[in-house]
Design a protein around this ligand. Structure first.
Ligand SMILES: Cc1cc2nc3c(=O)[nH]c(=O)nc-3n(C[C@H](O)[C@H](O)[C@H](O)COP(=O)(O)OP(=O)(O)OC[C@H]3O[C@@H](n4cnc5c(N)ncnc54)[C@H](O)[C@@H]3O)c2cc1C
Ligand SMILES: *[C@@H]1O[C@H](CO)[C@@H](O)[C@H](O)[C@H]1NC(C)=O
Ligand SMILES: *[C@@H]1O[C@H](CO)[C@@H](O)[C@H](O)[C@H]1NC(C)=O
Length: 762
């Protein structure tokens, strides 16, 4: 068994040693600082006597069994312990180690040491330097290893342990990444909470609508927040693309913060592959072959680090996981752009991004591990055929192939063009890898099963919770058809699914995975954002409304079914959820909600929650597209503007079915007669009583939409921007927001402007 806790203690030590350690291995000495295992003197004796042949040993090919059945060998071993172990306690531990090894690998329990302690044999014993003596000699008396042989054996074993401790210590260190992620998430949550309590102090500026007021007076702290948001937190790594794919659709560009985390993680893995090796001056395992010794340690290092990476990989993969609950890193966010039938593109959502990088690193480690062992095998003069005939070898090679295969099968174009194929291949190859790895480490007799069980455990936990979520929502809901499917708008319009489920109170930001159990592919499930929810008409449950922009797969099949039934039909839908993060915008004075096409589902719950504070800007292809939502979820809005891009001369009546309503001149007269305080409080109330529901033709630049919202701010008011839409729109907006940070005219300091992106990705 590998002691799990010991390496953990070694992590700080490892860090201390890092500068000293280098790719050039160091040489151990006997006086090293740690006694790693109590039974080491026993193992050293066993190793020093390993190749000695005795006349009373039976002719068996299992060398452990031969030793276990030879009185001479056992007597020699006990004698060796008596001579070299430092205390009676060490002798006990040392003998226990020998006995365990003989039983485990030779299948013989040799009983207690007293059976074999033989004074006659001790007095007659020959002192042999077993490292240099002729291995063909057969002894018929006891043998005591010379001090040199014992020391070399001890050093070799000690060094082995030391290297193991580094292999595992470095592996565990990678979990710091997880801690950093969690800490970052908690800190940013905390930061948002504390800031919501603290209101900006400069109230005296309230009379004039200020454009990025605080100017020169900005404190150091506020300047830092502004700088942080402008340079680190908000923009894409380089250039401008984040949500949209780069490199002809193959690449996803992370934000700077994400890139930094990935860089640190990959950096540690690289460094840990090169440092922290100790090589013996003289080795009993690889006499005279320091190169082979080093390659063996590199092989083990990469294999073990790969195993440590696997649970991390699984932890970052599930829908339900602790990392997600503790952090605010988005797992994936909101809907596709699709104003037409073109496939939407995916944003790199943080956890998925990390999942992919851990996968790449672990796969590379598996490849290095495999190649190194291949080299070691061939170097020992073994043929490929004989290597293949070993289970651990063949299984390991196939597992490595499976892991390598997973990489090209997960590229962005495949995920976008054939999502279901990608998903099925991904799941089955991942499962196959785990099973193969169980067979691969069978020779280690359970020592490495723990990591694999951890992966399975994480997987089972996620799956279990997924089914539990489905069951919980289906429990007291109607058994049969529980869904009304309605085609809204014209040909490329949205599909409204109203699903009756058990009573629940979802928060804004929630999304659910939808299953159609009566379809040809009942296992398929697709994430959809909750647009709104209300108590079910007759029943005790809740009706969830989803707006779907049909794509080419399952969503198209539903759309076809609805169209065939004349635009309205009943069906059975199971939902799994809720997932997703609720952005707490309650602390902000104004909330700008920007949506493109079906992205409106993401902002609707916030529009309802923040009714009086929210300005909705929705960009749609034509008026018919918007009508259903405008007559339902958006009907009660205080301020909403629908921009219609593919239809000229649109007026409010086309979209809202009413004339435009805006504050009239009366208001201004009324206002001028009021005092400052009354006026500003009235300003806040006006939108509630007199809704501004607008519609116009043409696509607005994101910068203008943002600038308009900024110009409406009064005094030190704070603005939250929450958006969901097509990639290009999102990237435009991300740029506009990062440029709006500052202390100049029309700019806002970091604590007055916060951007929440709900891009679509997975
Ligand atoms: C968190 C989240 C919320 C979403 N909310 C909405 C919403 O409210 N309204 C809406 O219309 N769309 C939403 N989507 C997008 C929606 O899930 C996909 O359009 C839908 O799954 C496409 O199904 P399909 O079989 O017709 O797709 P296909 O035509 O086969 O593929 C179209 C695109 O959808 C992607 N896709 C397919 N299946 C999935 C899946 N199971 N998970 C993730 N992506 C998939 C594909 O990679 C491809 O890019 C959301 C996506 C996510 C990740
Ligand atoms: C002790 O060893 C001697 C010679 O090596 C052997 O003849 C004798 O039988 C042993 N005694 C016991 C009790 O095993
Ligand atoms: C469910 O809806 C489908 C399609 O409208 C219909 O054919 C079927 O009869 C309905 N089932 C029940 C039990 O109402």
């Amino acid at each position: 068994m590998i002691p799990i806790l010991l390496p953990l203690l070694l992590v700080p030590l490892a860090l201390l040693l890092l500068p000293a350690a280098s790719a050039a291995p160091r040489t151990s000495s006997h006086s090293v600082f740690l006694q790693l295992r109590p039974g080491l003197c026993g193992e050293a004796c066993q190793a020093a006597l390993g190749s000695v042949q005795f006349s009373d040993a039976p002719p068996t090919r299992n060398i452990f069994e031969a030793h276990a059945r030879s009185k001479l060998w056992l007597g020699s071993a006990v004698h060796c312990l008596d001579v070299f172990c430092e205390s009676p306690g060490d002798i006990g531990e040392g003998y226990a180690a020998v006995r365990t090894a003989l039983e485990r690998f030779g299948g013989v329990d040799v009983g207690p040491a007293e059976l074999w302690r033989n004074d006659t044999m001790r007095d007659e014993a020959l002192i042999v330097d077993t490292l240099v003596s002729d291995p063909r000699v057969v002894y018929d008396v006891g043998v005591r290893p010379a001090l040199h042989a014992y020391n070399v054996a001890y050093d070799t074993l000690y060094t082995w342990d030391l290297n193991q401790a580094f292999h595992h210590g470095f592996g565990e260190f990678l979990y710091l990444l997880l801690l950093v992620l969690i800490a970052q998430g908690l800190v940013s949550r905390l930061a948002r909470h504390t800031r919501s309590g603290k209101r900006p102090a400069d109230v005296e500026g309230e009379s004039k609508p200020l454009l990025g007021a605080s100017g020169r007076s900005a404190s150091l702290g506020s300047r830092f927040v502004t700088w942080y948001r402008r340079t680190i937190d908000t923009p894409a790594l380089f250039g401008y693309t984040h949500v949209a794919p780069a490199g002809s659709g193959w690449l996803s560009i992370p934000t700077r913060l994400e890139a930094a985390v990935v860089a640190v993680y990959v950096g540690f893995n690289v460094v840990f592959t090169f440092v922290g090796y100790t090589i013996t001056a003289e080795s009993i395992f690889w006499p005279g072959r320091k190169d082979i010794e080093l390659i063996r340690y590199v092989a083990d290092r990469t294999g073990i680090m790969c195993f440590w990476n696997l649970p991390l990989l699984w932890a970052l993969a599930g829908r339900n996981n602790v990392v997600l609950w503790l952090t605010t890193w988005s797992y994936c966010a909101l809907p596709p752009p699709s104003l037409s039938h073109t496939a939407p593109t995916h944003a790199p959502a943080s956890l998925n991004l990390f999942h992919r990088w851990v996968a790449r690193v672990a796969t590379l480690q598996a490849v290095i591990h495999s190649l190194a062992y291949l080299y070691l095998g061939l170097e020992r003069g073994q043929s490929l055929q004989s290597l293949w005939s070993r289970q651990y070898w063949a299984m390991g090679v196939i597992a490595t192939f499976a892991m390598v295969l997973l990489l090209p099968l997960s590229v962005r174009p495949l995920r976008e063009r054939a999502y279901e194929l990608f998903l099925q291949l991904h799941i089955w190859l991942a499962f196959a890898t785990l099973v193969l790895l169980f067979y691969h480490v069978k020779v280690m007799r359970g020592a490495y099963d723990g990591w694999l069980w951890a992966c399975l455990g994480l997987w089972a936990f996620d799956r279990g919770l997924r089914y539990a979520r489905v069951a919980a929502l289906a429990w007291s809901a109607p058994r049969g058809n529980n869904t009304l499917a309605l085609a809204t708008g014209e040909e490329h319009g949205l599909l409204r699914l109203s699903v009756e489920v058990a009573a629940c109170t979802p928060a804004p930001g929630a999304y659910y995975f939808l299953y159609t159990p009566r379809s040809l592919t009942p296992w398929e499930n697709h994430p959809m954002t909750l647009a709104s929810a209300e108590p079910s008409p007759g029943g005790k449950g809740t009706t969830l409304h989803f707006l779907i922009a049909p794509q080419a797969g399952a969503t198209k099949r539903i759309a076809d079914e609805v169209a065939a039934a004349g635009g309205k039909t009943h069906m059975r839908v199971l939902v799994e959820g809720p997932y997703g993060e609720h952005h707490d915008v309650s602390a902000f004075d104004r909330v700008l909600l920007i949506a493109g096409g079906s992205g409106v589902t993401a902002v609707l719950p916030y529009a309802a929650e923040q009714r009086d504070k929210a300005d909705v800007a929705w960009i749609v292809p034509n008026a018919a597209y918007a009508r259903d939502v405008c007559s339902r979820e958006l009907a009660g809005s205080a301020s909403a503007h629908v921009y219609v891009t593919r239809q000229a001369g649109v007026s409010a009546a086309d979209v809202w079915g009413i004339e435009e309503v805006e504050s009239s001149e009366d208001d201004d007269e009324e206002m001028s007669q009021l005092g400052e305080d009354e006026r500003s409080s009235l300003l806040r109330k006006i939108p509630a009583s007199r809704p501004k529901l607008l519609a116009s033709s043409g696509r607005p630049p994101m910068r203008d939409v943002l600038a308009q919202a900024v110009s409406k701010l009064v005094g030190g008011e704070r603005l939250a921007v929450l958006a969901c839409g097509p990639p290009v729109m999102m990237d435009d907006l991300r740029l506009a927001v990062s440029e709006a940070y500052g202390h100049g005219l029309g700019q806002l300091s970091g604590d007055r402007l916060v951007y929440f992106e709900d891009a679509f990705g997975w």
